[in-house]
Each structure stands twice: as C-alpha cells, then as structure tokens.
Design a protein around this ligand. Structure first.
Ligand code: PLP
Length: 235
C-alpha cells in the first residue's frame, strides 16, 4: 500500500516535471494539476489536498459522491472526467464544478436544465474522440462545432474547451501528434466563436504529460504517478 509520505513525494515530483516541461517547451502559463482519484480512498485524497492539490478528478459518480461526503477538507474544484449516463446528469450537475467528458447533445441540455440555479455555471469541456476509436467515448471531430454552439446557448453552462484521451503509445512524437490534433480543433473553435472564453485544453495523463504540455495543455489529469498503479486495469 502507498503511504502518505509517498503521495506527498509523488506530488512534489509531478510538480517538478510540470515545471521542467514548461521550461523546456517555453510555456508561459503553467497547467493546473488535477489529481485523478478513482479507486483511491478519502484518506488518500485528504493527503493530496493537504499537499497542495486544489483540483480533484473522479470518473464514477457514486464513488465520487461517497468520498465527497466523507471528506472533511474539500478541494477547490471537483472535476467529473468519466463516461456520463443520462440518468446521472442531475447529480453530476449538482456536485461538480467541471465536466470534461461531454460528448452529446442530450447530456448538454440535461446538465444545463439540472444545474442548480444558486450555483455558478458548470464549466464544460467537450470530449473529442481524437483517434476515431470505435470503442472510445468522445464526439467525432466534425461534431464539435455544433456541440460547442449548443453549450454556448445554455445559461447554466460555460464552455471552456476540449478534452481527449488519445491512444496509448510510448512514442512521444506520436503522443505530440495526437495532442497537436486536439489543439488544432481547439484553435478552430476559438476562431469560430471569438466571443466565447475558450481557455482550456484538458490533456495529458501520467504516461504522456510532457507531450501534452509541449502541445499546450492547460489542465493535466494525473492518477497513477501520484497514487501508484490502480488495483484493477479496467479502472
Ligand atoms: C484515470 C484517468 C486519468 C489518469 O490516468 P493515469 O494514467 O493514472 O495518470 C486521466 N484522465 C481520465 C479521463 C482518466 O480516466
């Protein structure tokens, strides 16, 4: 089992990797580190928050709600990053600050209609299926402008940008190629909707964080390099 000291040391190591990549790739603004905590305990999340983590990402609604209720210290922002079932949108709209995995119209209108009016608008990233994998979540590239227009019409949603989970590869050039493709869709979107505040590229996980930073990531989502390998490969 991973100890608290390990988690604290791993977070410091990731922050140094982020700094080094920003320097190497001459990034002027530093991406925000989201600690991805699926399968991790409330105690482990508390350790991460106490070590300075401001943003927590979760994939599974019920698991996230249980841990949110258990925590005595909350992060600044909760990010929902997992697949979204339509019958879960009310709880997602009520208990998160960001949703990164929005990929269809029905989810967009439900999140808007179900976002509690007393809360600030929900921050939205559209998930792009960047390698056109049939098995993967995310909208096709060609569907993105229309979905973006729909999000922009919703008063309780705020479109921030795009998210992707590219194919797994160790080849950093291939990783960069995939992230550059997402960035290109993003800059097209910025040009198409000049009055929208599109400032977010959510890309980069433990194995490809540096490539994502090279290509302009503003949010990186890191799990195993903070908390160790996950118990089951499917989660
Ligand atoms: C699990 C997960 C991560 C973190 O992956 P690691 O390889 O453990 O860093 C990031 N983003 C999403 C959407 C995930 O499901």
């Amino acid at each position: 089992m991973i100890t608290s000291a390990d988690i604290v040391a791993n977070i410091a190591a990731i922050q140094s990797r982020i700094d080094a990549a920003c320097k190497l790739y001459q990034r002027r603004s530093r991406p925000t580190l989201i600690a991805v905590t699926k399968t991790r305990s409330a105690a482990e999340i508390t350790t991460a928050i106490n070590a300075g983590i401001s943003d927590i990402g979760e994939n599974y609604l019920q698991e996230a709600l249980d841990k949110q209720a258990e925590l005595s210290v909350q992060p600044k922002q909760w990010h929902f990053i997992g697949p979204i079932q339509a019958n879960k949108t009310r709880a997602i709209a009520s208990h998160f600050d960001w949703v990164h995995s929005v990929d269809r119209a029905k989810i967009i209108t439900r999140l808007n209609d179900q976002r509690p009016p007393e809360l600030a608008p929900l921050n939205i990233c559209l998930q792009v299926n960047i390698n056109d994998e049939t098995s993967k979540a995310g909208a096709a590239k060609d569907a993105i402008p229309q979905l973006a227009a729909l999000v922009l019409q919703q008063p309780q949603l705020r479109l921030r940008g795009l998210m992707a989970i590219p194919v797994n590869t160790d080849d950093i050039q291939q990783q960069r190629h995939n992230f550059a493709a997402l960035r290109s869709i993003f800059t097209d979107l910025q040009a198409k909707f000049p009055s929208a505040v599109l400032d977010t590229l959510s890309m980069g996980m433990s194995a490809d964080m540096e490539a994502a930073i090279a290509e302009g990531a503003t949010l990186v989502r890191i799990g195993s390099d903070i908390f160790g390998p996950r118990p089951s490969p499917s989660r």
